[in-house]
Design a protein around this ligand. Structure first.
Ligand code: ZN
Length: 193
């Protein structure tokens, strides 16, 4: 992209910032910035305010690691969801995907990185919440299979049923690239481990 007019510093900064978003190239960033600043100023202001508010109010739940507006999220405080099932996902946004399926009514645990993961806290949680089934909802891949085996080893002494989503889900893609129907089917027909 040609360098922009030096007078357009703030516009250039916006384009630069937008282009850092996942899957947004320089061309799309320029289009978006133009829409936000010129074509639809109301939308621009609304997005600016929404970002500001969300940045100040959104955090990770102390219990599950999902997104929350308080210390503990609405799913973790909901006693109706204590059904003995715990779904382990690889990213907080995967909780939204699984919630949208309306097939799962238990609780969640986010495991983003094995290095920083607190196994002691998970084991305590499993005991306290009387968890009986652990559902691994990772996108199928060799590395997620390795991770699942590792988790099963760590939790082997707890007498749990382990299942994972599988059928109809392609390998090596993120859950958010899987269509609603396939993910729903994968959840319902999850396989025993
Ligand atoms: Zn939570």
């Amino acid at each position: 992209m040609a360098p922009m007019d030096k007078q357009l510093n703030s516009f250039s900064n916006l384009v630069e910032a937008l282009s850092k978003l996942p899957s947004i190239g320089k061309k799309s960033a320029l289009k978006m910035a133009y829409t936000l600043c010129i074509d639809d100023v109301a939308l621009g202001l609304n997005i600016a305010e929404s970002i500001n508010e969300a940045l100040h109010s959104t955090r990770k739940c102390n219990i599950c690691g999902g997104l929350s507006e308080g210390e503990v999220c609405h799913i973790c405080v909901d006693s109706m969801r204590s059904n003995g099932k715990l779904c382990i996902v690889g990213h907080p946004k995967d909780i939204f995907l699984i919630e949208s399926l309306k097939e799962f009514f238990g609780k969640y645990c986010v495991l983003e990185s094995i290095k920083d993961f607190d196994f002691e806290a998970l084991i305590k949680r499993i005991e306290k919440e009387k968890i009986e089934e652990i559902i691994f909802a990772f996108a199928p891949s060799l590395s997620s299979d390795v991770l699942i085996t590792h988790l099963q080893d760590k939790l082997a002494h707890l007498n749990l049923k382990f299942t994972k989503i599988a059928q109809g889900v392609p390998s090596n893609v993120n859950l958010d690239n899987i269509d609603h129907f396939s993910l729903s089917k994968a959840f319902i027909y999850r396989v025993d481990l």
